[in-house]
Ligand binder design. Structure first.
Ligand code: 2P0
Length: 337
């Protein structure tokens, strides 16, 4: 690994994660410190692979995503992240970054989590920072909050850290770590509901929710209790309890957005059709619970052995949806080059 660092190049792979207890709201935008803890499952689908090569002759960072150059805000966000890595490494060398993202185009699934997790691991190695997984999680957080969680596999909690601590201390206290889970085999059936590009970025939507929604504080408080109960449910491998908690936490998050001024509404008609199908499955005795993020797609938590039946029900409810089944995946890691 040290040869990769001295060579000024490294590659890493990371997977997306889906939050069962949501991250919604920052208390510090610059440091990307969240208002609440969150808890997710890393997926075994849709890896992002990122290669970073330092180029002493270059005057600017070059970033490509699936072979196309990044421009505008997306390019600036990656360059700002590399600036942070360079400051820590005491380097002024620019980088060439190539990212291959396997999330189906237009799927509306968050790719910033796998993207910044893979970038953090590859860039830290290329610049010779020598960080452990906890430090990499903190670093990835600065690119995108949810990326802090993709450093680890399985079920993962991202700590908000103490809300009143000074910035340096708060930064150190906000990282993700794996959550102990009993032996059980969960799946997430992902219904990609085609509803075009999102109207509001999650970053802007979070800000508006925190600033204007009268439901935000009550949700944030209840989310703390949800998280403690979720940890207990996972520890005993209780899928029904975990699913109930995840579903109410997600619906509560969307309620805070619907109450923002002006409202932020990510849920589409097809989202509700799939939610009805999930209720239908439960009435038939199949444990299935839904969660939705900053878009219309629905992720259904169920037992691995029920995933086929759940996928069929989802397809029946939303014939135009693309349906994928994920299990718990692995954390971000360096690739041997
Ligand atoms: C989550 N989401 O916990 C929540 C639930 C979407 C809904 O994290 O501004 O891309 O880059 O820190 O991580 C999406 O927000 O936001 C997200 P930034 P991020 O997964």
């Amino acid at each position: 690994r040290s040869t990769a660092a001295t060579a000024g190049r490294a590659a890493a792979v990371a997977h997306p994660n889906i939050a069962l207890i949501k991250y919604w709201g920052k208390r510090d935008e610059h440091l990307v410190l969240p208002r609440t803890d969150s808890l997710s499952m890393t997926l075994d689908l849709f890896p992002t692979t990122t290669r970073v090569v330092l180029d002493p002759a270059a005057e600017q960072d070059t970033v490509t995503l699936n072979g196309l150059p990044l421009t505008g805000e997306a390019q600036r966000r990656v360059a700002a992240f590399l600036d942070l890595v360079r400051r820590r490494a005491g380097s002024s060398r620019r980088a060439v970054v190539h990212t291959e993202n396997t999330v189906p185009t237009g799927a509306g699934l968050a790719s910033s989590a796998s993207g910044f997790a893979a970038l953090a691991v590859a860039a830290a190695a290329a610049y010779g920072l020598g960080l452990d997984a906890t430090a990499l999680s903190r670093l990835a957080r600065r690119g995108s909050g949810s990326a802090a969680r993709s450093l680890f596999g399985g079920f993962v909690q991202w700590h908000a850290g103490p809300s009143s601590a000074p910035p340096t201390e708060a930064d150190l206290a906000s990282y993700a770590e794996p959550v102990p889970v009993a032996a059980f085999e969960p799946a997430l059936v992902i219904a990609v509901v085609n509803a075009g590009p999102k109207a509001v970025s999650s970053r802007a939507a979070m800000r508006r929710t925190v600033d204007t929604s009268p439901l935000y504080q009550p949700w944030a408080r209840s989310s703390e209790r949800d998280l403690a109960e979720m940890r207990a449910a996972l520890r005993r491998g209780d899928l029904d309890a975990a699913g109930e908690i995840a579903e109410r936490n997600a619906l509560g998050m969307h309620a805070t957005m619907l109450a923002a001024r002006p409202a932020v509404r990510y849920l589409a008609p097809a989202t509700l059709t799939v939610l009805d199908a999930v209720i239908g499955l439960r009435q038939e005795g199949v444990p299935a619970y839904a969660t939705m993020d900053a878009g219309p797609n629905v992720k259904v938590l169920c037992h691995r052995t029920d995933a086929g039946r759940v996928a069929d029900a989802v397809r029946g409810a939303a014939p135009d949806a693309a349906v994928h089944t994920a299990g718990p995946g692995t954390g971000a890691r360096l690739l041997d080059e």
